[in-house]
Write a new protein. Sequence first.
Lengths: 1154, 470
Amino acid sequence: MYNFYSKIVVQPPCCTQKLLLIMKLTTLIMITVLMQVSASTVAQKVTLSEKDAPLTTVFNDIRNQTGYDFIVTRSVLDQAKTVTIDVKNAELPVVLEQIFSGQPFDYQLTERSVLVKLREPSLIGKLKTALGVPADINGNVTDSLGQPIAGASVNLKDTRFGAVTDNKGHFTITSVPQGRYQLLITYIGYSRLSTVIENTGQTLNLHYVLHPSTDQLDQVQVIAYGKSTQRFNVGSVSTVGAAEIAQQPVSNVLNALEGRVPGLNVTSTTGAPGSAVQLQIRGQNTLNTTNNTGLSPNPYDQPLLVIDGVPFAPQNQNVNQDYSIATALNVALGNPHSGISPINSINPADIESITVLKDADATSIYGTQGANGVILITTKKGKAGKTTLNLNVYTGYTQATSPVQMMNTLQYNAMRLGAFKNDGLTPSANASDPGFAPDLELFDPGKYTNWFNYFEGGEAKSTNADVSLSGGTAGDTYLISLGSNHSGYNFPGDYADNRLSLHTSFHHQSSDKRLNVEFGTDYAYDRNNNSNNGAVLEAITLPPDYPGLLDAQGNLVWSYKGFDLGSYAGSYNGVGNPLGYLKQTEDLKNYNLMTRLLVSYQLLKGLDISSNFGYSKFDNVESEAQPLLSQDPAQYPYAYAQFNSADYETVDIAPQLNFRKEILKGQLSVLLGGEYKRNISAQTNLTGSGYNNDALLGSIGAADNVYASNDYTLYKYSAIFGRVGYIWNSKYILNVSGRRDGSSNFGPGKQFGNFGSAAAGWIFSEEGLFKKYVPLVSYGKLSGSYGTSGGDGIAPYQYQQNWISNSNENYQGIRPYYATNLFNADYSWSLNKKLNLVLDLGFLKDRILFNATWYRDRDSKQLVLYNLPSQTGFSGVLQNFPATVQNRGWEFSLTTKNIEGKEFRWSSSFNISGNTNKLVAFPGLANSPYNRLYTIGQSVNVQYVWKNAGVNPTTGVFQFTSANGQPTYTPTYLTSTSQLNDEYVKEDPTPKFYGGFSNTFSYRAFSLTLIFQGAKQTGKNYLAGVYVNNPPGVYGVNEPVQLLNVWHKPGDQASLQAYTTNAASQAASTAAYDFANSSGVWGDASYLRLKTLSFSYTLPAALLKKTGFAGASIYVHAQNLFTITGYQVGDPETQTIFGIPVQKTIVAGLNLTL
Amino acid sequence: MKAIKYYNLLFYSLLALTASTWLSCKKLIQTPANATNQIGTAQVFADSADAEAAVVEMYVDFSDSGIGLQAAGLTVYPGLSADELKFTGGGTSFENECYTDAIPVNDGTNNGLWTTAYGYSAIYQANSCIQGITSSTGISLSEKNQLTGEAEFMRAFWYFYLVNLYGGVPLVTSTNYLANATLPSATVQIVYSQIISDLKDAQHRLGVNYPTAGRVRPNYYTATALLARVYLYQKDWQDAETAASVIINSGIYSLESNLDNVFLDGSNEAIWQVPFANPNQPYVDEGRVFVPPSASTIPKFVLTSFLLNAFETGDNRQSNWVNSNSVVTGGTAVTYYYPYKYKNGQAQEDYMLFRFAEQYLIRAEAEAALNDLPAAVADLNKIRNRAGLPGYSGAMSSPAVQAAILHERQIELFCELGSRWFDLKRTGAVNAVLGLEKPGIWPADGHAALYPVPLPQIQKNPQLTQNPGY
């Protein structure tokens, strides 16, 4: 019925070319027709896996599977070559093409049989062979489904001959001299195909099928404005795929990156659902600008987040405008960078891959925005084929990982009485008496409540469901997926983070395959409701004999035996009843819209024009209410409500011109592009106060007074950029990129900057000598890059003085204006220079892959708020900082396939990174506001603290080492690092190294993955939280049981000082305060954590057939199961006892495919 | 084929379009001159209405900043440092640190006080207004005088409090941060010279009439009232006497016969009073801080026995300006006394920043120092009589008159903007008095008389030095 004419009949020479063309076209049309026919009729699917098998064996296999007979004579078969093939469910014609591509046969496919004949060289052909005339090599390349692969490189090894396949998968290498060649076909994401061909002077028509690569080196890596593979990439790029993400029951995908990526430090800020996760690639580039009071958080250099080519509008900033349990009140109590993460509005199940770009080669093309590295998130796309419905559901519980054991009543009262004794005071019921002690005088000593368990010891539910529908034809594919996630807080009350998400992706390819349109939209709704009063986290320090918080009717208790509980403040700030805090609601809603359109068109062979149009909009709507009933009626209850909204919007247009050509034994790729970006961020805040009725707190109209304010920033950015890449003979790689950026954040004349990078690589394992003598090493690459990028990450309009008006205030009808900033018209781009050297090695056919990277980043002309003393009117001014900060480090990773049996498989992956930060230069440091913070040659993260000299055995008060080495109660404050002496100790909270180790075992249908993650670091211990507020022994503040072990009587050799009521003994409270700034609150915070345990079982096919499912598996996933650490109290990652502890999660789930 | 041509045309034109747009990069990143919710300095000082908005910013924060240097902080903290108030709350707090006269150099609240005084609503704003108004072309001369005079007055006001809390401080009189960032502390004398010169200039510029309704923005007499106080603190008796006399003789002000009316809006005693400017905080902070919310609540701050004992029997100020709560805790009833000058009466009360009674006390003290004892006693008796106490009569020695005046100041001006604290210090009595009243607490070397320069300020400006003893 369908005939394949790959044989040339005798024709006048002049017509050969034309005829050939016709032939080719016919062939293609036929393939297409065949494809469509077979798609609509009973599929003649073939699954074969053979290595060097005799042709007859293959024929038998195919006959068994399809019923097709092979008609062939024995003599013909004598000339047959062995066959190596590996196809699954492939169409018969495709399989035949592959089988016959190396054979000296022609074949004819009829309705029920395949006729095989010896190929007869034509007369002209014979003549050509005899004369040694060069010939063209034609062919096409498809995947195992028969889809053409466009853009694949086809090379004759060690020659200048090569070509790139066009959109139809077709290639032509013209005028190739006769001879034997090694033909090499490479395409990203597919295994390299290497085969020997013989050019006998006759035009060859070849067909090759590429298979998705199982070699990690050939997996697709999404890079800046394109794709690559680890094999040919000369930048530092790491990728985490969907399968790895799916193993972790996390609602925020950033949590799934912990321990996965060398060079990327991921830190959970709290265990609250939806809370912020900090990211940092290769260390802090900019200086801290925190002031000494420690109330404003340091800037934390975070990478640029790009989702499907569109910069994510809110990036990774805290979107929680109000305070909440997830947002720390101040540095002392928790992580200053906490809050609600916008990334939590993205369903991890919709993510195909996350790529982390680290060095100049990878990031330079992002210019300004890439100085701190780039994280590219690619969402899932539809796959052609049968409509597939996938359902994934899991549910389980979360629980605090590191409960804090506080003192019981007996211990607490002993501590208090000890404090009274030490201070020479007597407990009294009179508030104007220094010995006033309601806890000892009034509270019931027989009562004991474990407040940690009361507030944070519970279990919370975590449930997730995802449904996706995917399918389509070759030219049109789609994916629609719905997700729903519920993560509860383990706090009393109905607090949770709930997310609903919709992800869509459509792809259309025109029938001539030149036009490609990709369109997708994501929408997510994430609601996080909790308390707006983070101080409730301090409730764990309530005295254990504190009266019950609820009366018999369930109302909040505010007074006890005539004592107004809210009237006398512990650290616990006049609260009275922390359950009141829990009635102060915070309702946060995030709406995340991401939509993008990618249009590309092949103008000429090898030349594509495309443009990405992206729009990302993130709306944050919050309301908080402080009802009257949540407050002590005796303390001026005051009802108010806040209604806040914040919109982040990014429009991004990035047109590009891509050119690819095989030139001189190599592949040249050229990218020319431009980018236009507009960011808007707008905030509106409405505060209503003076409500008479709690029920109306949802109404702004019911407020007596309304305070309104808004903020609006506009940022525009444009750039032109280019990148030239050349891979010569699969051995030598060269990449050069350049870019000119413009930013509206700079003043007139300062808006433009030029940046660029160059990178080179040498795949030495491709060298003949190396191959011959070191066969064990299957892959070896040395590469390096150097480049620059800049930064403009500042608020706009800071180059001029801005005045605003405050609607809160009104002076005789005049709304006052005030200046918001000092200004400096001269600042411009910061400059980041990155140097990167990489060695990649593969052993035993890439079963073992090793990567070692060394890098050095230097950031100069830093654009930061330069600290100024308050006498200037403000805390600082924005300027290009004269200092240079260096980050230098190593990253190692090792991926191994330890056992690859038929039934049992075991693979491992290990990575470790270490970074050293150093202040390289700082002209004028001695006379700058930074002279006590930094020393040239030291890390910028270093903090100089007093050296704790234990407790004086006689007085029981903390001592510190003085400048002359003697103990002192009153150490001197550091005002310049030139004063550094024995009195001070250097503490650096930067991890020395961190990494992860994961193992996956599979046996038949069972699979088990264990991921360990850890860091070697020092940090503040629980004593920092204990001493920063109040010395142990004061009223109303319970302490962890570890505080039982303090100085009690003269002669005691204790590490912690005597209790004090803080009322009389100034020496003790000053010393306690100083202790919080000493080496005594620092310690080892290293840990090794079983981050993930994932166990799954895939149901057998036989069982599934009966049920009609295409696939099904059940699994148990666990997160943060246990932690090995010397960190005493609390969690070594969040390093505070006043935050929601990191949560342990255990879920069970089911995955079904229809 | 046609379709392909169409695509080609489309894409080439798209290419041409984008190329031409990108070549004119500058246009792509053009943004408006200001953010939508902000204006530039030129616009602020373009006309008097806008400039006035910048000037009144210096007043609104008295009612919009919680217990800071503005609002109740000026009363509460020096009151605790001296012998007026005791904090009943527990835990570590700036309040307790003030009471125990042991403020750590790195205390955040102390740093906040310093920062507020120099900040955008105080000295910085004053300097900014003086500069902007001076160079403005859109404001009439009379308006320039009024607004500049107000800014100069406010600058003097803040330096007066800074120099009394901290001693010598950096004297910042411009907005040039490059120059200001490294200024060392000026001597107390130089700061006072600037205060006096600012106030004299303000006297020239400000009219005797208040610029708007009420006595809510400074006039000539307000500048004079601060000047009288400054002269008094400087022991420039003659000038103090003259300045106080100017006000006393102006005929505008009189003592309120009813003590309960003194701190009300529209009080005849007011030389300068500031109404609350924030509808969310419709009260004077001193009222809200001192007056407990209910009769069964322990007040946050209680009056010390020293102050309570200083009241003479029959003094109406004790009955009208002091109140108490009797609270039963654990079976025993305890009486707690608290300041009751402001009654938390909301709308009727204003922040009283300068009041007439002080001028009699200033003049009396100056007259006594100048040895005009009868005049001094006469002025003193005006205050006593208003409080329902008999006037002093008969011959009194000069030290007796001076002691009587200080005693009267302690009672009349108790818990009012640090008056007692400053009196103890300027008269050199602080060590003797507090050493006696706060044994074991008051440091013998008396270094606590000055608050420490906040450590972060010294760290950010290496030219600053710490006050002795810290």
